[in-house]
Design a protein around this ligand. Structure first.
Ligand code: CS2
Length: 482
């Protein structure tokens, strides 16, 4: 038996997607699959995996099809979004990424390259001109960074006639459209001898970078899921994607070369994307980080187990109500209490098995998006954001424990580009305070605003000491009751 798509595949591609991971396959691909039968259009997707061959090889072996398993505690249902017309590995064929962007048939480039994939400095928010890959990309040759590929692709498109196109970031960065545009422009401006000038003019005239807020919890796939899906499907699927039933996409409607009717899949086109982003990145993602670090330190493997612990549930409610909610403007028509209730149901989806290790991974870049703004706002109001301080203390206890403290196996399995650097700072720190000062004030891991907040740094330090001397339970009790 072979896998059969829910609807016929579009003949031609109109979208190039960078970042062919699970999230894209359970999100943008599903919305596109809903848009095509509703309104048609040449909106097939060419999927580009950054480095790994795994998904690309499996996609080709499966006629570019895979299943999305929507998992709730009561049921699992399968959909087969057959929207990909090709797939390849960007690191192997960087020139092909450039030529695809230049191809006038492509009218949208979508991105899910993670917070890590934008080559910018967390401290300055500008393109990281010290990054070796960015420097090499500026020097010519086949571009390896996403921003380099976008800039070189748009440059080639400008030379090839300059057809309109939009670049749509679908990563959890605030103002992700404007941020991506700024980095692409900085790349073009940094090219020698004004080489980027024509492309910059083309950007002014025919390229838009709408912002979007994406939301769906998509854990990593497992051998058990592969087996379960293959039984349900009656065919072997090597790359099924598990996902929760909830899904949301809020998009700014500024598409230079047209777009699929994504609203047919439930996407919301709105001028309030910024509000949706803040609500999601803080309430869902910020609290998710808190749950992941506290859960790992409590020794539990999954988010539903963690939120099932009374003290973590209390900490989550407290950070939502006292620290994240006051920092956002709720989008029109959203009932914030209902949104919060739904968050607890989503985190509690025990059938999904979302791991604390997965959410805790890459905290050095994720937290930068999630915590500084709301923390600074609380401090400005004269309030100490105790639960945000606890999030940071939990993160540092997992990734950079003080000598003699063992954060456990789930924390040890979290990967993070800053792990080595932070570990070295922790190895010679005598107290939590000393570690917090080195990381927040000197390294400015969370930007220059928090670097100056001595009281916040001291509170993080205290909570690190409490976690590592008296246990995570005492630290939660301290932060919640403060
Ligand atoms: C999570 C997100 O891993 C994480 O940091 O907070 O991947 C989260 O599951 C998604 O953003 C949900 O849309």
């Amino acid at each position: 038996m072979t896998i059969i798509a829910d609807h016929p595949r579009p003949e031609r591609a109109g979208i190039l997607h960078l970042g062919l991971g699970s999230f894209h396959r359970a999100h943008q691909a599903v919305y596109t699959a809903a848009a095509l039968p509703a309104a048609g259009g040449d909106w097939g997707i060419v999927g580009v995996a950054s480095r790994s061959r795994m998904v690309v090889d499996a996609m080709h072996a499966q006629n570019l099809l895979y299943s999305v398993a929507t998992i709730s505690p009561d049921s699992t249902s399968l959909t087969i979004p057959g929207v990909h017309t090709d797939a390849f590995v960007g690191a192997e064929q960087p020139e092909r990424v450039v030529s695809q962007i230049a191809d006038s048939g492509i009218r949208i480039v979508t991105l899910t390259v993670t917070e890590n994939g934008y080559s910018y400095s967390a401290a300055t928010q500008h393109l990281d001109l010290d990054d070796a890959t960015v420097r090499a990309d500026l020097g010519g040759g086949a571009p390896r960074s996403t921003i380099g590929q976008l800039a070189r692709g748009l440059q080639a498109r400008a030379s090839a006639g300059g057809a309109p196109i939009s670049v749509l970031s679908c990563d959890n960065l605030s103002a992700n459209g404007a941020h991506t545009e700024k980095l692409v422009r900085e790349f073009l401006q940094a090219l020698p001898q004004g080489e980027g000038a024509d492309a910059l003019t083309y950007l002014d005239q025919a390229v838009t970078f709408p912002s979007s807020m994406v939301d769906r919890i998509v854990p990593s796939t497992t051998p058990e899921l592969r087996a379960r899906v293959s039984t349900l499907l009656g065919a072997r699927d090597e790359i099924p994607v598990p996902a929760e039933p909830f899904t949301m996409w809020a998009i700014e409607d500024r598409f230079a070369g047209g777009r699929p009717a994504w609203e047919a899949g439930g996407a919301v086109f709105t001028t309030e994307v910024g509000r949706y982003e803040q609500m999601k990145v803080r309430l869902l993602n910020g609290t998710h980080s808190l749950i992941a670090y506290l859960g790992a330190l409590h020794g539990v493997a999954t988010i539903p187990e963690a939120i099932g612990l009374d003290d973590i549930a209390r900490a989550a409610l407290s950070i939502l109500r006292s620290e994240y909610e006051p920092s956002i403007e709720v989008p029109s028509g959203v009932d914030i209490r209902a949104y919060e209730t739904e968050l607890f149901e989503r985190w509690g989806n025990s059938a999904l098995g979302h791991r604390t290790t997965q959410v805790g991974t890459d905290g050095s870049v994720k937290l930068r998006q999630r915590i500084p703004e709301p923390a600074l706002q609380a401090l400005d109001r004269g309030e100490m954001p105790h639960l945000i301080a606890l999030t940071v203390a939990g993160y540092l206890s997992c990734i950079a424990p003080l000598p003699g403290f063992d954060p456990g196996a789930h924390a040890a399995a979290m990967t993070d580009a800053a792990r080595e650097r932070l570990g070295a700072l922790a190895a010679t720190a005598r107290t939590g305070r000393e570690l917090a000062e080195r990381v927040i004030a000197e390294l400015q891991l969370f930007g220059d605003g928090l670097a100056e907040q001595d009281a916040f740094i001291a509170r993080v330090g205290e909570l690190i000491d409490t976690i590592q001397r008296q246990g995570v339970g005492s630290a939660i009790a301290d932060a919640v009751s403060a």
